[in-house]
Write a new protein. Structure first.
Lengths: 336, 434
């Protein structure tokens, strides 16, 4: 009984939230890693374009809600997703045409491209704040819980309850589908293979007749889709605020680097590593330890290694460990 | 010499713009812009040292600036004796234990032979060290925060003149940069960017949540001034004389004189920094740095230790950013950890360097002036622009009122466009590198 209670507490406060959060980070990090692998620069506008795309999804969601259109138990935002994805991909392609393509042509240093992405970041941030405002926006609707704490207690008779929110379930399911589709695409289709070839060896790929501009367009399309997915799921699961999305850059990059920049599988695993470490280290373990330890042994302190305010420090710590011990990431980077 | 004349003309235009602001808006505003421009110019110099001389990409300017700003509190605020009595010893001992733990861990890693034993010893040291540190540290800081929490609740500072905090802030930021550089330099160039992005968020988190040191989100206000306050100035006879001669109100005159005082101090600092950086850039050291920047492999082949040079330049540049941070907190008279945001304190500085001309000290300074001026003036301009654009929508339009409310954000778009246009069409900036 005690053991079960401990597991339930752990699942409720660490395992399930970390799984959902990790899926969101993984989707973002996948985008970072793909752009790095194909376009060969660190895309700093990632968080802000994610905020932009999610903003479009929110606007469409509001409009649909106003029209009385919904999906019953599912959030209306799912219906709005395609619009957000199309808008974001178009926005990214416009940015590529007007900004990035020129530097690709003159074979500028990667740092110049990073600088250009800072400019895009500024512009996007301004547009998003102009449309959505800087404050928090809510757009979640539909059924809130799949399992609520009280139901769980009634069913199982355990002292501890477990809540499984539908946004968390949705995140995990959607992320799994998106990842499987991505790997299927990269490994099975012609376009996907040409992307991998281009990432591996640009010159050889060009020599075998792969059209680089097409590869670039596909990359932006995939990255844009992943961004809007990650952003919408994050917004449904937690909340939408443009600045929070900007701050997600750090876990995204950390996950991509931990997994090896340019390596999609690595980005996914990196995402979960970052999420579980962040949650585990900032969680107060007192109740779990209380259940596991002998009777009356409940510790006096919170048993929290770091306060929640320092979750960035955890991400940074993982990053530092990887930089010191395995600078190329857990998996070797730069292969798609 | 045409290039020289052109540069002088650019600075003159900037001066005229400030003068016009003074005449048509207000002199207090013009001087406020000038002071922040001077501070921004110092920050831009710091970034220019890293990017322009050595090609290092630091996106953690905010962190180094904020950390330097902390020095103003630690140096100038009066100490809180009760807080020191209840927790000073514990807090300092805790910090030393924490540092000792990390030092011991590094020593173990370096001295012991590789293998399972080393990993085990490392983990054991870290865990035990962490627990001992926490055992000493946590009660001490909690006790400090309980002392008079409405106005104090922190250790206070040393009660020294605030000007002293400028070099101290520089040294603190430089020390932080050394740690970051040790970890992230010598790897792929993007890694430094990510590491600095991370450390700057952590510095802000520390300032926000370590209330025993910084009062956290409650802010430290009333930091002793470097120049007498306007209230004090108003009582002097000569200030009253100046007020009558200028025909300006007494309180405005006092404010103008105060701001001028700060401007003079900042100009002095900036002049010394430019003199130092110009000499450095034109010395054998500067030529070596540029050689490394332009071709690392060749420089390495010539026997230059690229990683060490990078570390040096990174530390120097971050130190300058820390200096600017301490200057800014001195000017504001308060430390408000909640007000640091990366767009304003990191990425705007980058726009300054790129627009001004990376690799050229005067360019960075000019960029600091131009961009800060635009940043301040873009707000009313954005409102005016938005008003003009949406005037067709009618007064009652909800969309229009929403856009008008958010019009301040158009300046972000303007800054982004400035960066993109310069990068594309004049990548060498307003004052290009020689």
């Amino acid at each position: 009984m005690e053991l079960l209670n401990a597991i339930v507490v752990l699942a409720n406060f660490v395992l399930i939230p970390a799984l959902a959060y990790g899926s969101q980070i993984a989707l973002g990090a996948l985008g970072i890693t793909l752009i790095y692998g194909i376009l060969r620069f660190a895309h700093f506008a990632h968080g802000d374009i994610m905020a932009f795309g999610t903003g479009i999804v929110i606007l469409v969601t509001w409009w649909l809600q106003g029209q009385g259109i919904g999906l019953g138990p599912f959030p209306t935002a799912l219906l709005a997703l395609p619009v957000g994805i199309v808008a974001t991909v178009l926005y990214l392609l416009a940015a590529d045409r007007t900004v990035y393509r020129f530097y690709r042509k003159v074979k500028a240093k990667p740092m110049i491209l990073v600088m250009a992405s800072l400019g895009v970041m500024f512009v996007t941030n301004g547009i998003t704040r102009l449309i959505m405002g800087p404050s928090e926006q809510r757009f979640a609707d539909g059924e809130r819980f799949i399992i609520s704490v009280r139901d769980f207690r009634d069913w199982t008779g355990l002292a501890e309850g477990l809540a499984f929110r539908s946004a968390q379930a949705l995140t995990i399911v959607v992320a799994l589908i998106a990842m499987s589709l991505l790997f299927w695409f990269l490994n099975r289709t012609r376009a996907g293979k040409s992307m991998r070839a281009y990432s591996d060896n640009e010159d050889l790929a060009l020599l075998s007749g792969i059209n680089p501009e097409r590869v670039v367009v596909i990359t932006w399309a995939i990255a844009g889709t992943l961004m809007v997915l990650a952003g919408t799921l994050y917004g449904l699961d937690k909340s939408y605020r443009p600045f929070t999305y900007f701050q997600l850059l750090l876990p995204f990059f950390a996950a991509a680097i931990v997994g090896g920049l340019g390596n999609p599988m690595g980005a996914i695993i990196g995402g979960y590593v970052v999420a579980f470490a962040e949650m585990g280290i900032t969680y107060a373990w007192r109740r779990v330890v209380g259940y596991l330890g002998p009777e009356g042994w409940e510790p006096a302190g919170l048993m929290q290694i770091l306060p929640v305010d320092y979750k960035f420090a955890v991400t940074f710590g993982i990053l530092v460990l990887v930089l010191i011990f395995r600078p190329t990431g857990i998996f070797k980077g730069r292969t798609l | 010499m045409t290039g020289y004349l052109r540069n002088v003309a650019l600075f003159a235009v900037m001066g005229v713009a400030l003068a016009l602001t003074g005449m048509y808006q207000s002199w207090v505003l013009a001087l406020t812009i000038l002071n922040m421009s001077l501070i921004s110019a110092v920050m831009a110099l710091g970034v220019n040292i890293q990017w322009g001389y050595a090609g290092l990409f630091n996106v953690g300017v905010m962190g180094f600036t904020a950390f330097g700003g902390l020095a103003a509190v630690l140096i100038a605020m009066p100490p809180v004796p009760e807080a020191w009595a209840v927790g000073g010893f514990g807090a300092v001992l805790g910090l030393m234990l924490g540092a000792g733990t990390i030092f011991a861990a590094i020593l173990i890693w370096k001295r012991l032979p590789p293998g399972k034993l080393r990993v085990l010893a490392l983990i054991l040291t870290l865990v035990v060290g962490y627990m001992i540190t926490r055992f000493v540290f946590a009660p001490a800081t909690a006790a400090i925060e309980r002392i008079n929490p409405a106005t104090e609740g922190y250790l206070g500072g040393l009660g020294l003149p605030v000007i002293l905090s400028w070099p101290v802030g520089a040294v603190m930021a430089a020390g932080l940069a050394w740690v970051v550089g040790k970890i992230a330099l010598g790897l792929r160039s993007d890694y430094l960017a990510i590491a600095t992005l991370g450390i700057s968020e952590i510095v802000i988190a520390v300032l926000k949540f370590e209330a025993w040191l910084t009062r956290g989100v409650n802010n430290v206000v009333g930091i002793p001034r470097a120049v007498p306050r306007p209230v004090t100035l108003q009582q002097y006879d000569w200030v009253q004389g100046v007020s009558q001669r200028l025909g300006l109100g007494l309180s405005d005159t006092a404010r103008v004189i105060e701001l001028t005082g700060y401007a003079l101090l900042f100009v002095l600092v900036l002049a010394v920094l430019i003199w130092l950086s110009e000499n450095a850039l034109n010395s054998p050291w500067g030529r070596m740095m540029r050689a490394i920047r332009d071709n690392e492999t060749a420089a390495r082949a010539m026997g230059k230790d690229v990683t060490r040079r990078h570390l040096m330049v990174f530390v120097l540049g971050s130190g300058v950013c820390g200096l600017a941070g301490a200057m800014m907190v001195t000017l504001d008279g308060q430390l408000t950890p909640g007000s640091y945001e990366p767009l304003r304190f990191t990425f705007l500085i980058w726009v300054m360097v790129i627009v001004g001309g990376s690799g050229n000290n005067w360019g960075a300074v000019l960029g600091g002036f131009v961009i800060w001026f635009l940043w301040v003036q873009a707000e009313p301009a954005g409102r005016w622009l938005m008003d003009a654009l949406t005037s067709g929508l009618g007064v009652e339009s909800a969309l229009r009122s929403h856009l008008m409310d958010q019009s301040a954000h158009t300046r972000l778009i303007m800054m982004g466009l400035a960066l993109l246009l310069m990068l594309r069409f004049a990548p060498r900036g307003l004052i290009p590198e020689k």
